[in-house]
Unconditional design. Structure first.
Length: 386
């Protein structure tokens, strides 16, 4: 028997001589460990059941898209209904907003005017613009203007939006903020909204540089239309799954120091427009009066023409008839004409005297009262009032 065998015999002998209370505690420990094992096994089985059933189940909300990536590679897009896939780490489910989204660009506003679309004259403004702090655009005729914009867009291709538009890991989260390692202050952002705003600001600068200040300040609809057209063209060329629904110019105004000059120009143009309107109104009235007057003259001339032609035709018919009768009986016609002429002449005389020729050729004495007195008019007697 070697030394190891002797040691084993001694250990067994010692275990047989252990007190009974140690044996009961060991049995309780074993039972507790068995219970813990069964609980852990149940938990593991429950987790496996959940993993292969509800762990990969998801529903698609009407206001969102769902993208599924398998081991980091894009696999499929879901737009509605409920679905099941192997959960993480096999598949990753990402939700992309489908509803309209909005961002506001105030890059061209004065620093103290940002956050509210108001005229900077309503606030305490510095004496001039601070480069690098106050925003503005420069027009084609070298005038400075401030403006604020609102853009409404929506995602039409979620896979392009997520893969090409600098999206964060969660597309529904705001853009990632970069902070300075020294001061821990934000120095910029990175994400789809930042990209869209940067492209939009460059478009506003390009359009503003090609337009006059009159278009930027007074013809806002034309300015907005030009900006939207170029912005939509650039976004479509980038092919990032975005569709621009609306571009709205919220406010546009000149710097505070030039506001008075702009107001004077506007007042002068308003006065010019008013005078032009009055001149056009006067021109219209005069034209209408001339047209109506000419129409009256033309109508009167037409009536005179018809009347004269009718009279001439009647005279021509009358003389034709007389000529016909004259050829048949000249003496009778001459006597008739002479009598008619004499009757017409006598009818216009007030006093008429008929003098017959003397039969014996002697002179006749004719006494005429050259200026007879007018007959007296008897006055009516009015009874005296008592």
């Amino acid at each position: 028997m070697n030394t190891s065998d002797k040691n084993n015999i001694v250990e067994r002998h010692g275990e047989d001589n252990m007190p009974s209370q140690y044996g009961g505690g060991l049995a309780s420990l074993i039972k507790a460990m068995q219970a813990a094992f069964f609980v852990l096994a149940a938990v593991i089985v429950g987790m496996l059941i959940y993993y292969f059933t509800f762990g990969g189940y998801f529903t698609v909300d009407p206001q969102e898209y769902v993208l599924v990536f398998q081991f980091g590679e894009y696999k499929q897009k879901y737009e509605d209904g409920w679905h099941w896939v192997f959960p993480y780490p096999v598949n990753t489910v990402l939700k992309v907003p489908r509803s309209r989204q909005t961002f506001v660009s105030q890059a061209f506003m004065p620093f103290s005017g940002r956050g509210a679309f108001s005229d900077p004259e309503m606030e305490q403004q510095p004496a001039g613009l601070a480069p690098g702090k106050d925003g503005y655009v420069l027009s084609g005729d070298e005038n400075i203007m401030h403006s604020a914009w609102t853009v409404i867009y929506r995602v039409i291709s979620p896979e392009k939006y997520y893969l090409k538009c600098l999206c964060p890991e969660d597309p529904t989260a705001p853009d990632e903020v970069f902070r300075s390692p020294e001061t821990d202050e934000p120095v910029g952002t990175r994400g789809p909204r930042t990209l869209l705003k940067a492209v939009f600001d460059s478009v506003v600068l390009c359009v503003s540089a090609a337009q006059s200040v009159d278009v930027l300040y007074k013809n806002s609809s034309e300015f907005t239309s030009e900006v939207k057209s170029l912005y939509v063209k650039k976004i479509n060329a980038m092919d990032i799954g975005i569709e621009i629904d609306a571009v709205q110019l919220d406010t546009s105004f000149p710097p505070a120091k030039t506001k008075a000059a702009f107001n004077e120009v506007i007042e002068a143009e308003q006065e010019k427009s008013s005078m032009l309107q009055e001149a056009e109104k006067y021109t219209t009235e005069e034209q209408n009066s001339a047209i109506s007057g000419s129409a009256g003259l033309v109508a009167e001339a037409e009536a005179y023409k018809k009347r004269t032609v009718a009279e001439v035709m009647a005279d021509q018919k009358y003389f034709s008839e007389i000529l016909k009768q004259y050829k048949l009986n000249p003496g009778t016609v001459l006597v008739t004409l002479f009598s008619n002429c004499l009757a017409d002449s006598v009818s216009s005389a007030k006093d008429k005297y008929i003098l017959n020729s003397s039969a014996n050729g002697k002179a006749q004495e004719v006494r005429l009262k050259i200026n007879p007195e007018a007959p007296e008019v008897k006055e009516r007697k009015t009874p005296d009032k008592k």
